[in-house]
Design a protein around this ligand. Structure first.
Ligand code: FES
Length: 101
């Protein structure tokens, strides 16, 4: 799936992946602002992204644990997700994500 990241300093990074999750894909491609400190177990929120509204349906709502984690982040929006909780599959092909800062 093709996944585009837009960093907080407006750099556009186009990536392509077919396994793992969005956090891993971002780390692999050196996307600035996505750290994945907890290794993808939904407990650090350093993988926070804002999904472009037009792609929201492709990823859907955050899970309960994820929502609890997002509550600690000041910068949360209606389209916030944790990257490590979004699997990279063909379902999300073409998606655009803003990296939260
Ligand atoms: Fe820690 Fe996603 S990598 S919450």
């Amino acid at each position: 799936a093709k996944v585009t990241f837009i960093t907080s300093d407006n750099e556009t990074i186009k990536t392509d992946g077919n396994s793992g999750n969005i956090m891993e894909l971002a780390v692999k491609n050196n996307v600035n602002g996505i750290d994945g400190d907890c290794g993808g177990v939904c407990s650090c929120a350093t993988c926070h992204v804002h999904v472009k509204p037009e792609f929201w349906e492709k990823v859907g709502e955050p899970g309960e644990m994820e929502q609890d984690m997002l509550e600690f982040d000041d910068n949360v929006s209606d389209y916030s997700r944790l990257g490590c909780q979004i699997p990279v599959t063909e379902n999300i092909d073409g998606i655009v994500l803003n990296v939260a800062n």
